[in-house]
Design a binder for this molecule. Sequence first.
Ligand code: IMP
Ligand code: MG
Length: 181
Amino acid sequence: MISMNSDISEYLFSETQIQERIKQLAEKITNDYRSKNPVIISILKGGFVFMADLVRQIDLPVELDFMAISSYGSGTASSGVVKIKKDIDIDISGRDVIIVEDIVDSGLSLQYIRDYIGKHNPSSIRICVLLDKPAAHKLDVTFEYVGFNIGNEFVVGYGLDYNERYRNLPYIGILKKEIYS
Ligand code: IMP
Ligand code: MG
């Protein structure tokens, strides 16, 4: 493991812990979708590392796509304003769709994405998130596959950023408060 970045106050999940949990999620998805070929849609940018590791553990003929939305700007609190910056390319009508997202805070982004994907007439939609902050939800949302529940701290690493930095940390850690306050 590389040395802890000096902007991180606490490790939450190591590379090994993340990989073990992803293996379990991937096994469950592989079993749940046996003899199907789902379309897995990752939400950029934060979801790209999770997507890459998750799909390589899924033993199914999956098709992959990406969406990019903006919801946060450069701060740490959800604006609730969601804008599509990159749309999906695959025709998902009649398909089984799995949405892959890095983290859920208020739940506003995923609610918007689920509704948006739903308008394309998929045969099913399920959501897989690596991290969930249940105490931060502003909507009554639930997800079929959740990696870890965490508290209301602001976390970075493993795809997650603060002002576009820290995405390349191989672990997930809590960002020191003085960095963003
Ligand atoms: P929501 O719409 O409030 O659920 O916000 C979800 C999005 O905000 C995620 O996809 C992340 O991009 C970002 N986000 C929420 N919490 C964190 C965090 O702790 N670290 C980094 N990004 C976060
Ligand atoms: Mg995100």
